[in-house]
Design a protein around this ligand. Structure first.
Ligand SMILES: Cc1cc2nc3c(=O)[nH]c(=O)nc-3n(C[C@H](O)[C@H](O)[C@H](O)COP(=O)(O)OP(=O)(O)OC[C@H]3O[C@@H](n4cnc5c(N)ncnc54)[C@H](O)[C@@H]3O)c2cc1C
Length: 435
């Protein structure tokens, strides 16, 4: 087909902008429900946006029941990944590693609050005393080092005298070591259901008329659709601006630069057997086992850690910084007995598309036929297999020219999720924690 300027034109019922874990999951759910979907991404490979730098932690604990339930709904899908995606036996699949999470108890009441939320969602959790924590992860130093301070602060180096009280253990949590592969698996599954993919295709603008969205690509091609889904990760605010969307949002979104560091475990530590995801608010870090006998460590967003807001998601340093490495890895060395700090920093850098309240925005917008799956805030990898189907429900409302449904349904158990929790116009609860 040609458009009025003589350029090539391709049509789909739904165009998804972004082939990260959220866009591909959305495409799969839509294709499974018989919709004609086209996913476009400016990159040359699936899942190579912020998804590729994700820590891939699938944790169940959360500040609120909606987040916890969403993670609970997604967990069985990660556990049965090949079956869920109806993938052939010879397809390389992302692996869910069930290592469990421990949330260290340093007496601030957080573990009691998490335990309450987990119980209300039916998630298994056990309180460990200090001996139980050591039995689970014998390489941990269970002293209390906090509250977290910068390593330039003398208090960081003071020898601790008190011990942690123990930890809250969620044995079902885990991680996916190759998040980009998970997105590729979703894309391959969507393609098997008929979804189309167009890589190396950068969106440069939109037009909307006669109930049709025209998606303009930088290479001059125009695409048309009834509904557009903005799943552009840290570029979602830019895509909204191109579409003239976002003025009525009451929830703000910022792009935050985050580093994860890769540190070999001390000799004798067997992370395949004893590895566990550790949430350590006492030191302001969290870490999980990484393949090859190493830890992957990141910040918990402690107050002493600088927040790096990135104005242009195409312009930030993708190199691990020595300053950030020292800050995170020296803390890890406090918690893991015998850990030596390698001389050369190693890790990944990525951007969070972070909202004011660390909850995502899954919603329709003021412009008919334009919906958003954005603000994933460094925590929506784990929920992605479920989010795809929630987005499918929102897209189907948009196709009917309706607002997002008041109640969304999880496809695993039928759990209900209030649409208001993901609304672009919610009142952001700023006190919520991110990790
Ligand atoms: C460092 C880090 C650690 C994280 N750790 C965890 C974790 O442990 N657990 C967890 O649950 N979550 C975690 N997250 C969050 C999670 O990984 C993200 O929320 C999720 O991967 C976002 O996926 P997405 O598909 O929305 O975005 P992306 O993966 O960024 O995909 C967006 C796509 O849009 C494309 N795009 C952008 N602009 C355009 C354009 N103009 N035209 C065409 N295409 C465009 C990009 O190329 C990209 O491929 C982490 C995130 C980061 C950055």
């Amino acid at each position: 087909m040609e458009d009025e300027q003589g350029g090539r034109r391709e049509h789909a019922e739904v165009i998804v902008v972004g082939a990260g874990v959220i866009g591909t999951s959305t495409a799969l759910a839509l294709a499974r429900h018989g919709h004609d979907v086209l996913v476009i991404d400016r990159g040359s490979a699936i899942g190579h946006g912020s998804t590729s730098s994700s820590a891939g932690i699938i944790r169940l604990h959360a500040d609120d029941p909606v987040s916890c339930s969403l993670a609970m709904e997604a967990l069985p899908l990660w556990e049965s990944w090949r079956d869920f995606l109806r993938a052939p036996d010879d397809e390389e699949m992302a692996q869910f590693v069930r290592c469990g999470s421990v949330i260290l108890d340093h007496g601030d009441g957080a573990t009691d609050r998490y335990a309450e939320v987990l119980a209300s969602c039916g998630a298994a959790a056990e309180q460990l005393d200090a001996a139980g924590l050591l039995e689970l992860a014998p390489y941990l130093d269970i002293h209390r080092f906090g509250p977290p301070v910068d390593i330039t602060n003398d208090a960081f180096w003071v020898e601790p005298t008190e011990l942690l009280q123990g930890a809250l253990h969620t044995p079902a949590s885990g991680y996916v070591g190759d998040p980009a592969l998970a997105a590729k698996n979703l894309a391959d599954a969507a393609a098997r259901e008929g979804a189309r993919f167009r890589l190396r295709s950068e969106v440069s603008g939109f037009d909307h008329s006669d109930e049709t969205w025209t998606v303009r690509l930088a290479d001059g091609v125009n695409l048309t659709a009834q509904v557009v889904v903005n799943a552009a990760g840290p570029h979602s605010a830019h895509i909204n601006a191109l579409a003239g969307v976002g003025d009525d949002f009451t929830v703000g979104v910022r792009q935050l630069r985050e580093e994860l560091h890769h540190v070999p475990a001390p000799p004798g530590v067997n992370l395949e057997r004893d590895g566990v995801h550790v949430v350590d608010s006492d030191l302001g870090i969290n870490f999980r086992p990484e393949g090859g006998g190493a830890f992957l460590v990141g910040s918990n967003g402690a107050e002493c850690d600088p927040v790096t807001v990135v104005d242009d998601p195409d312009d930030f340093s993708a190199q691990v910084s020595v300053r950030s490495w020292d800050r995170q890895v020296l803390r890890l060395a406090r918690r893991v007995r015998g850990l030596t700090v390698p001389p050369r920093p190693r890790g990944v850098v990525g951007l969070y598309d972070a909202t004011d309240d660390w909850a995502p925005i899954y919603d329709t917008t003021a412009r008919e036929g334009f919906v958003v799956a954005m603000g994933t805030s460094g925590n929506q990898f784990k929920t992605a297999p479920v989010v795809g189907d929630l987005m499918r429900q929102i897209v189907e409302s948009a196709l009917e020219k309706e607002q997002a449904p008041a109640v969304l349904h999880g496809q695993t158990t039928g759990r209900e999720f209030p649409g208001a929790a993901f609304s672009r116009q919610r009142t952001a609860v700023a006190a919520r924690s991110r990790g």
